[in-house]
Design a protein around this ligand. Structure first.
Ligand code: FES
Ligand SMILES: [Fe+2]
Length: 407
């Protein structure tokens, strides 16, 4: 159980909030790069509670600036792009990629007024056909070179899940909550192989013990099964879960919404480097609930696969879970560890230090998150989790999903 103050501390993402400042020390995926084209050159995005417009200038370069124009507040989502940046549709104030105002067309000739105007602007970069943004203090660190995001010897697929209508920390707590797998996901866990002892326990009795330990990049959760097999899934602090071939990225949109994107990485067996290694196809998944724009209890989840079950569990905890009323148990010790780690890293940021997982050397070595072993285990029947993971992947590829390969 947390106090109301501690719950706010861990969950709020806006500018100036403790977790918001922590999250602003990392790059986050905010959009699919190919959605920004010459024909559709702007996109409204909300990131960490800030309303922004992402645009592609005529040069092809991407920019990210505050949506509300510094002049009198019209939305720059309707702006016109040119080579130098984006001009507000209303009176043409032109902003460059750093938010400098280059022109105020209706001002008298020779006026330097525009030099006094500044629009909030943030660095962006394209990687794996995603647009990544950094909303923190400059200089920006580099995008951390996790293997599944940077290795070239494999195929990738980007999967964009329906927007998650709840706070980001609920998804992250789930990442260190191994007990739920054998219960919440029991229909997929044992599908085709065997039935659980009963639906209440699910496959809980398959697990001999679980352990957690802090690592250089977050928390490692480890399950050991009664058959002796162990699986490990790292939480890469603060917003990533690594599991099998997937890297699950959770970008806080605002306090009550989260963008959920998976990067799937399948290493080649001979370490060859396919041409599309860094140019993966992007798949968008259909909504997991009906109606898609409503919250519980107006919306009902379909629970057809593992991730919809997770979304159901996370969203029905509430837009921001009320942790003043929870009853934590022994099986929640990973959750407690994550809260303590987050508080520790928030304090570091407040002292002016970099939190874990932030790298400033563009040449830093690729970080091994054990993807080879994760994929190898998937291909074998050696462990109980294998079937569930395969089913999840199968679900991701199903025909309900529409492929988006834009030129
Ligand atoms: S409101 Fe944007 S230029 Fe006037
Ligand atoms: Fe789950």
């Amino acid at each position: 159980m947390l106090s109301r103050e501690d719950n706010e501390l861990l969950t709020r993402v806006g500018p100036g909030t403790p977790a918001g400042e922590l999250l602003r020390r990392y790059w986050h995926p905010i959009a699919v790069a190919k959605e920004l084209t010459a024909e559709k050159s702007t996109q409204f995005v909300r990131v960490l509670g800030e309303d922004l417009v992402l645009f592609r200038a005529t040069s092809g370069r991407l920019g990210l600036v505050a949506d509300r124009c510094a002049h009198r507040g019209a939305s720059l989502s309707y702006g016109r792009v040119e080579e130098r940046g984006i001009a507000c549709a209303y009176h043409g104030w032109l902003y460059d990629f750093e938010g400098n105002c280059l022109e105020c067309p209706a001002e008298p000739a020779g006026s330097n007024f525009h030099k006094t105007v500044k629009q909030a602007a943030y660095p962006v970069q394209e990687h794996l056909n995603l647009v990544w943004a950094y909303l923190g203090p400059l200089p920006a660190p580099v995008l951390t070179h996790y293997d599944t995001l940077f290795r070239r010897d494999g195929h990738r697929k980007i999967v964009v899940h329906p927007r998650l209508d709840c706070n980001w920390f609920q998804a992250m707590e789930n990442s260190v909550d191994p007990a739920h797998l054998q219960i919440l996901h029991q229909e997929f866990y044992g599908r085709g192989a065997r039935e659980p002892v009963n639906t209440t326990r699910g496959f809980t009795d398959d697990v001999a013990h679980v352990a957690f330990h802090l690592t250089e990049h977050g928390i490692m959760k480890e399950r050991t099964y009664t058959n002796g097999v162990t699986d490990e899934h790292p939480l890469l602090f603060p917003t990533i879960l690594r599991q099998g071939p997937s890297t699950q990225l959770r970008t806080p949109v605002d306090d009550e919404h989260t963008l959920h994107i998976h990067v799937l990485f399948f290493p080649t067996e001979d370490h060859s480097e396919p041409a599309d290694a860094l140019d993966p196809p992007v798949v968008y998944l259909d909504p997991y609930k009906e109606p898609p724009d409503k919250l519980h209890p107006q919306a009902r989840f379909n629970l057809k696969h593992i991730i919809p079950q997770d979304h159901m569990a996370w969203e029905t905890q509430g837009p921001v879970a009320d942790r003043t009323r929870e009853r934590l148990a022994t099986s929640d010790r990973g959750v407690t560890m994550l809260r303590e780690l987050t508080a520790r890293e928030i304090a570091k940021v407040a002292r002016g230090e970099d939190p874990i997982g932030v790298y400033r050397d563009a040449a830093h070595a690729i970080i091994d998150t054990n993807v080879d072993e994760g994929v190898r285990q998937l291909k074998t029947d050696a462990r109980a989790i294998g079937q569930a993971a395969r089913d999840d992947l199968e679900a991701l590829y199903q025909a309900q999903n529409r492929e988006q390969r834009q030129s």
